[in-house]
Design a protein around this ligand. Structure first.
Ligand code: SF4
Ligand code: SF4
Length: 508
C-alpha cells in the first residue's frame, strides 16, 4: 500500500470529522458582510477589510489560526498567496478556487487528490459548427445539425455556473466546434465575463481577423488558444482539411498578440507531425506565445484515426522536449531572482495535457538537482511540487468538467458523448447534486480504484504506479482503449509500455 493511500485512510478517520466541523464554523453568510469564508481569507492575508463584531471574532479566533496551520502544513508561502489572491489581476478567480476548495473539504473531507465543491474550470463546447474538417476533432464537429442552446439558454448556463456551490466558477473556456462560428459568441462571452472572473477561448484561429481579435479583447476574453498542427502549411492544412488554414491561423495568433491578449498555440502531436515537434516549439517562441501540447485521445473523429497515436516512447520524447523548455525558463528565473531578488521571466509557457507531464518534469529536474514539477494542463506555479498530489494530475470530473452545445455535462471534453458519460444537463438537472453524487465522477476521483495488470509476469498499470497521485493517467484515453473502463491504465505512458505492446502491437 502506498503512502498516500495510508494518508487517505487516516484522513478519513482521524482528521476529516474535525476539519469539517471547523470549516463549518466560518463557512457562513453574514447578512452584512457576505461570505465569511472568503472574508476571513482576506483578513488572514492582511487585506484591509471591515467586518461586523461577530464575523471579526470568528475570523480572528477560528479561521485565521486554521489558515496559519494549513498553509504551514502545505508549505504554502503566505507572500505567494498574497500575490496571487490579492495583487494578481485574476485574484477573483483564485479566491473562488479557494472557496471551492474549502467547501470541498467541508463536504467531502480532505483527500488525496482533493475534490473541490465545484470545478475550477469548465470547458464549454459552445457549438458543433465548424469551418474546418480536422481529422482528430473530439467533437466530430462540422455538420451543425445537432440541437444547441439558444442565446438565452446559454446565458442561463452562465448564471448557473456563476453560482456553483454558492461560490461561483473561477474559469470558463469556450471551445467547440469553432466558438466564433456561432453568431452570438461575442454576446454570450461578454455576458460570461461579467459573471466569471477568467474567460478564455479555444479556436482554430481562422476567424480571428483583426476585427474579431479586437472584439475578443473588447468583450474581456483573458486568454486565446489557437490550434496549430504543424510548423508549415503543408502539414497543418493536410490535417485540418482546408487549404490556407495555416496562414489564417498564424495571422489569428499575430492579431491576438497585437491586441495584447495572452495567446497560446495548441498542437495535437501524432504520427504525422511528430517530426515537427521542435519546429513547432520554435514557432511558439518566434510568435512570442505560450505552447500547449494536446495529448492524442482516441475519441470523436480521432478514434477512426487511432493509428496516429504516438507510442509511449514517442510521447515521452515529446514530454521531455517540452519539459526541457519550461525547466530552462525556471532556471533562468531562479538565477535572476537570486541576483536581483525578483524575476520578470515568465515560466508558465510550455504545457501538456498529458498528466504524465508531472512525472517527466519531476524527473528531468531531479536529474539536475532541482525540485520543480508542472502539474498537468496548467499549473507551473512555484510551490506546486508541495501540493502536486493534492492537485492530482488528471482533473476530469474533479477540478474540471465539460459542457456540450446542448447543455449536457461530461467529466471531460475528451470523453465520448453517450448515456454512460453524460451526467445530466445544465438546464434540466441540479449541477450541485450531480457534482456531489454522480458515480462516474467518484470513480474518476478515487486513485485507489485504478487497475493493475500482469504482463509477462510483471505488474503494470496506473494502479500500482508511485506517481498515480500526481498523474493518474488520462482517464479519457483509458476509456478509449478499454471500451469505457475509466479505471484502466493509460497505455500511452512509458510505465505501461508492455500493455501498449500487447494491445496495440498485438505482441504477447
Ligand atoms: S502508470 Fe499511470 S499513473 Fe503512473 S505515470 Fe503512467 S499514466 Fe501516470
Ligand atoms: S481525462 Fe484527464 S488527463 Fe485526459 S484530457 Fe481529460 S482531464 Fe486531461
Amino acid at each position: 500500500m502506498q503512502m498516500d493511500s495510508v494518508e487517505n485512510a487516516l484522513l478519513s478517520v482521524a482528521v476529516n470529522p474535525l476539519l469539517k466541523g471547523l470549516i463549518s464554523r466560518f463557512d457562513v453568510e453574514c447578512p452584512k458582510d457576505g461570505s465569511l469564508l472568503l472574508n476571513s481569507l482576506k483578513d488572514f492575508l492582511g487585506e484591509p477589510i471591515s467586518l461586523c463584531p461577530t464575523c471579526q471574532h470568528i475570523s480572528r479566533n477560528i479561521a485565521k489560526p486554521f489558515y496559519e496551520v494549513g498553509s504551514r502544513l502545505l508549505k504554502a508561502d503566505k507572500d505567494f498567496m498574497r500575490n496571487q489572491f490579492v495583487k494578481d489581476k485574476y485574484g477573483g478567480a483564485w479566491f473562488k478556487g479557494f472557496g471551492l476548495m474549502m467547501k470541498g473539504i467541508e463536504k467531502y473531507g480532505i483527500r488525496i487528490p482533493f475534490v473541490p465543491a465545484g470545478p475550477f474550470e469548465v470547458v464549454w463546447n459552445f457549438t458543433y459548427k465548424c469551418n474546418l474538417k480536422c481529422k482528430h476533432c473530439y467533437e466530430d464537429a462540422g455538420s451543425g445539425k445537432l440541437p444547441e442552446l439558444s442565446t438565452d439558454e446559454a446565458k442561463q448556463v452562465v448564471d448557473i455556473l456563476s453560482k456553483i456551490a454558492g461560490v461561483g466558477l473561477p474559469a470558463l473556456s469556450f471551445s467547440g466546434g469553432e466558438p466564433l462560428a456561432r453568431k452570438d459568441f461575442f454576446e454570450v462571452a461578454a455576458y460570461a465575463k461579467k459573471h466569471i472572473p477568467y474567460v478564455s477561448i479555444a479556436s482554430n484561429g481562422t476567424l480571428l481577423t483583426k476585427d474579431n481579435a479586437k472584439r475578443v479583447k473588447d468583450v474581456g476574453v483573458d486568454y486565446v488558444e489557437i490550434s496549430i498542427d504543424g510548423a508549415s502549411s503543408a502539414v497543418h492544412d493536410e490535417f485540418r482539411g482546408i487549404p490556407g488554414a495555416f496562414e489564417k491561423a498564424v495571422k489569428g495568433v499575430k492579431n491576438c498578440v497585437e491586441e495584447g491578449i495572452d495567446t497560446c498555440i495548441a498542437t495535437v502531436l501524432h504520427k504525422d507531425n511528430f517530426a515537427e515537434t521542435e519546429k513547432i516549439l520554435q514557432l511558439a517562441k518566434d510568435l512570442g506565445v505560450r505552447f500547449m501540447h494536446f495529448n492524442y485521445i482516441p475519441t470523436g473523429r480521432a478514434k477512426i484515426h487511432v493509428e496516429l497515436d504516438l507510442t509511449p516512447d514517442e510521447r515521452l520524447y515529446v514530454l521531455q522536449a517540452i519539459g526541457k523548455e519550461i525547466i530552462s525558463l525556471y532556471l533562468q528565473a531562479k538565477e535572476e531572482e537570486l541576483k536581483t531578488g525578483k524575476s520578470s521571466i515568465k515560466v508558465d509557457r510550455f504545457f501538456s495535457t498529458c498528466p504524465q507531464y508531472a512525472s517527466v518534469t519531476k524527473e528531468l529536474s531531479q536529474q539536475i538537482g532541482q525540485k520543480f514539477m508542472v502539474e498537468a494542463h496548467y499549473a507551473a506555479k512555484k510551490g506546486v511540487e508541495n501540493v502536486a498530489n493534492f492537485l492530482g494530475g488528471c482533473g476530469a470530473g474533479r477540478l474540471y468538467c465539460a459542457i456540450e452545445p446542448n447543455g449536457d455535462i461530461k467529466p471531460c471534453v475528451f470523453f465520448p458523448t453517450n448515456d454512460n458519460t453524460v451526467l445530466g444537463n445544465m438546464l434540466k438537472d441540479s449541477f450541485e447534486r450531480l457534482w456531489d453524487n454522480d458515480p462516474l465522477l467518484w470513480q474518476l476521483r478515487v486513485r485507489e480504484n485504478l487497475e493493475t495488470y500482469i504482463v509477462n509476469g510483471k505488474e503494470v498499470g496506473c494502479g500500482n504506479c508511485p506517481d498515480k497521485y500526481i498523474c493518474g493517467g488520462c482517464r479519457a484515453r483509458a476509456y478509449g482503449y478499454f471500451n469505457g473502463n475509466v479505471k484502466a491504465p493509460d497505455i500511452g505512458c512509458i510505465q505501461n509500455k508492455p500493455l501498449w505492446e500487447r494491445i496495440v502491437l498485438k505482441e504477447t
